[in-house]
Design a protein around this ligand. Sequence first.
Ligand SMILES: C[S@@+](CC[C@H](N)C(=O)[O-])C[C@H]1O[C@@H](n2cnc3c(N)ncnc32)[C@H](O)[C@@H]1O
Ligand code: SF4
Length: 387
Amino acid sequence: MSHPDKAETGFGVYVHWPFCMAKCPYCDFNSHVRHQPVDQQRFAAAFARELATMRERTGQRTVSSIFLGGGTPSLMQPQTVGSILDEIARHWHVPQGIEITLEANPTSVEAERFRGYRTAGVNRVSLGVQALNDPDLRRLGRMHSVEEALVAIGLAREIFPRLSFDLIYARPDQTIEAWREELARAISYAADHLSLYQLTIEEGTPFFNLWKAGRLVTPDGDHAAALYAETQEVTARHGLPAYEISNHAVSGAESQHNLVYWRYGEYVGVGPGAHGRFIENGTRTVTITERHPETWVQKVETGGHGVVEEEFLSGEQEGDEFLLMGLRLVEGIDLSRYERLTGHSVKEKRVISLAEQGLIEYVGNSRIRTTPEGAIVLNSVIADLAA
Ligand SMILES: C[S@@+](CC[C@H](N)C(=O)[O-])C[C@H]1O[C@@H](n2cnc3c(N)ncnc32)[C@H](O)[C@@H]1O
Ligand code: SF4
């Protein structure tokens, strides 16, 4: 059985390292703190096994990017990273020079391992800087100071060909002026890529409880929209325009791995709580693995993989996901691909109506994208198009 997308859209490998030194009070990623040392050799062996199982399912493919995310992958020994990368290259074709990213926290202990990661094959680091002032770093529960972050940035620039860092904005009490100044400073340290996320209050986190009790106040809708607009303006003026809702880059420095997701490509996901989406027997298959790290290892050791949930997507579901991912991108989406995936076109009346409201625009014959106004109400634009 063939699929309209086969071999067109990139093939990424995502590896999830689920441990952190401390749990940040805003974070609901699958991250866990352990007070005993983690048995990295045992985890490395489990990654190797799950990768082998995924290889059986995908067949031989050419990898377009690798991403080691977390949690905090910079808590891995370089040797652990090296063994995972070697396994990936043993199973699939990994061309020279593809993007291999590792997420790192900018503490001094982790920065000491940077050279080891480079030797292991990592060529891009994504640093979780989050803020460039110490009071906010403390409020965010971070384990590093601004000074440590700047040292880590400097070192990363020396060691890795490519570097990005994350900041969280729309923090409690953050003024437009303070953010403008902090962002301009960040751009002066950034190489060519920045991820700028608005603080979201996630249910189940300590921030959620504080927020519900009225003890943590985040910017209201208008202020958040003004901070977002300021972000777009400052980054564009400094040559790092948005290429996605929260991601900014010098042209050509976009994250290849994230583009695989947003262009609705294929990827395998290994490690606790990882998601994958790849075409198997002509159907786009979703895999989700066990979230709890030690349970995941046991499952892999006994059954060869930790997958606990699987879904086989219909063309209609693929169409919805394609819109959801692609309309985040400034390059927008090709409507003819929507047609190939679903077997029918997007309703023209709806496209015209959204265009008249100034929420989407045509970029070429069959391409559309959201306007800056549309990006703010993205979910309702997608719901409207997919209805
Ligand atoms: C997987 S996380 C972590 C990477 C690394 N462990 C760190 O904290 O530096 C990726 C990014 O998501 C962002 N993030 C996590 N939780 C968030 C939240 N509640 N609101 C906004 N951004 C968040 C942070 O900027 C973080 O760097
Ligand atoms: S933000 Fe990063 S360091 Fe903090 S808990 Fe989440 S994954 Fe771990």
